[in-house]
Design a protein around this ligand. Structure first.
Ligand code: ZN
Length: 469
């Protein structure tokens, strides 16, 4: 017995259901066969006992964990519990994994359901012959499809046994339109899930949030968060988001703690709270990573510096950049390098005017002209009095130039090799092929692989082997 091959974005539970549907097994006898107990209950998106399941599958337990459950999202947002959760899903039982996921402590993990998009179900039926449960749709709190602007349908899971034959999405014709915020959060969550599926990034979410809040002006000069305006703006943007049993929202428009708790280090919160806030702040999951990795670079050389201080230096630099001070002046005031300041300006869309001293338009044109002639980079760098790095940058930014230069180098090499062989043959009339091969070995083999027709046409005719009489 082997589980069916996973379909794109398919939930692990969906494969188990497809297996019992196709094989005619009953859920409890399947559980008894695989896990050794009929009473095992399977969590829809944090499925445990993966090492036992892997014995019945073509892929490893780790692949199942990262690609067919929502573990990557939980590991990302709950770094404190990440190791415990991963271990309990791989080797432990469902209850252990559920405890490690903290869902019960967040107060939103009591009722479980499976969600599906009617349009996706229709398409899957057409494309794969079966409508199945998508992993992306099961992200807690997400109510819309990430690919279609419709609301997800829900199937409550009331029975303890969840591997039920035939429990698959049913295509329906009645579609309910989702609001803008619902669609955007679904897309954000789906993209983030894709990003963390390849491996969990250790991101300091608190630092990333505070950094972005500081940029948006929600942090005062004394490093206090402007909680009132923050929660008001946040609530205004999510007012069309429909609540359901797995959407922990602010309890009222002045629920300050809802967001301020997310800004406290070493705390754990429901992943949907993080998703909603991160969407509201960044709109694009990649930005969350860029701010954070940038902050890590920023704090790297200065040990023992508090989060508030890091934000303060960054905020100071941003303020000075916005006031259009020169990079040199900001460097003297803050001690931050020009390179760092340029990157900071770029990340925050602040235009900076840097007048290049040597790299004028005339110089750039000269570099391009010389580069087209096939001249090597060191010589161009000397002739134009600019660094070799600048020459490389200009060459790579000119479309088609790199390919042209590669072709030139190839032609040049061919000329050299042909010349070497021709000279040898001219100076050794009546030579044998094997001598030519031995004396001009490198040129011979380069031409043999790259210019075989020419080589064959100039080499002496091969000796005809003489047989025995
Ligand atoms: Zn869909």
């Amino acid at each position: 017995m082997k589980l069916p091959v996973s379909l794109p974005d398919e939930l692990l539970l969906s494969r188990l259901i497809r297996y019992v549907t196709a094989s005619g097994y009953k859920g409890d006898s399947f559980a008894s066969k695989v896990f050794g107990s009929r009473k095992v209950s399977i969590h829809p998106f944090l499925t445990a006992r993966l090492e036992q399941l892997a014995e019945w599958s073509l892929e490893s337990a780790e692949v199942m964990l990262f690609q067919q459950t929502l573990a990557p999202l939980f590991l990302f947002f709950l770094p404190i519990y990440a190791d415990k959760l991963k271990q309990s899903m791989l080797t432990g039982d469902g209850a252990e994994a559920h405890r490690a996921s903290q869902l019960s402590s967040f107060g939103n993990g009591h009722s479980l359901c499976l969600k599906w998009c009617p349009v996706c179900a229709q398409q899957d039926l057409y494309q794969y012959g079966v409508a199945y449960w998508h992993r992306t749709h099961q992200i807690p709190g997400v109510t819309a499809c990430a690919f279609h602007p419709v609301l997800l349908e829900r199937q409550e899971l009331v029975k303890r046994q969840r591997i039920i034959a035939g429990l698959l999405p049913t295509p329906i014709s009645l579609l309910r339109a989702a609001s803008d915020a619902e669609i955007q959060v679904a897309r954000f969550a789906s993209k983030l899930l894709q990003l963390v599926t390849g491996g969990i990034h250790r991101v300091d979410t608190v630092l990333a949030y505070r950094s972005k809040l500081s940029e948006l002006g929600f942090i005062t000069a004394h490093q206090r968060v402007r909680r009132k305006s923050l929660i008001e703006d946040f609530c205004a943007d999510i007012k069309h988001y429909r609540p359901s049993s797995d959407t922990p929202f602010p309890r009222h428009p002045h629920d300050y703690r809802y967001l301020s708790q997310l800004l406290e280090p070493h705390t754990s919160h429901h992943p949907f709270r993080h998703l909603l806030f991160a969407w509201w702040l960044f709109r694009e999951p990649k930005k969350m990573f860029s701010i954070n990795s940038f902050s890590i670079e920023l704090v790297g050389p200065i040990p023992l510096i508090s989060v508030a201080q890091k934000i303060s230096i960054e905020q100071q630099c941003l303020e000075l950049l916005r006031q259009s001070h020169s990079l040199n002046k900001i460097h003297h005031l803050t001690g931050k390098s020009r390179c760092y300041l340029k990157r900071l300006a770029l990340l925050n869309n602040i235009p900076i005017t840097i007048k290049p001293k040597n790299l004028t338009d005339e110089c750039v044109n000269k570099v391009i002209r010389l580069a087209y002639s096939g001249m090597n980079r060191e010589t161009i760098s000397q002739l134009c009095s600019v660094g070799i790095g600048s020459v490389e940058q200009i060459i790579s930014s000119q479309q088609g130039l790199v390919e042209h230069r590669k072709r030139c180098h190839w032609e040049s090499k061919r000329r050299r090799c042909r010349l070497e062989i021709t000279r040898y043959l001219q100076s050794h009339p009546g030579t044998l092929r094997k001598d030519c091969k031995a004396k001009c070995n490198a040129a011979f083999f380069w031409l043999y692989s790259n210019d075989g027709i020419w080589l064959e046409s100039v080499l002496p005719k091969p000796m005809i082997p003489t047989g025995r009489y």
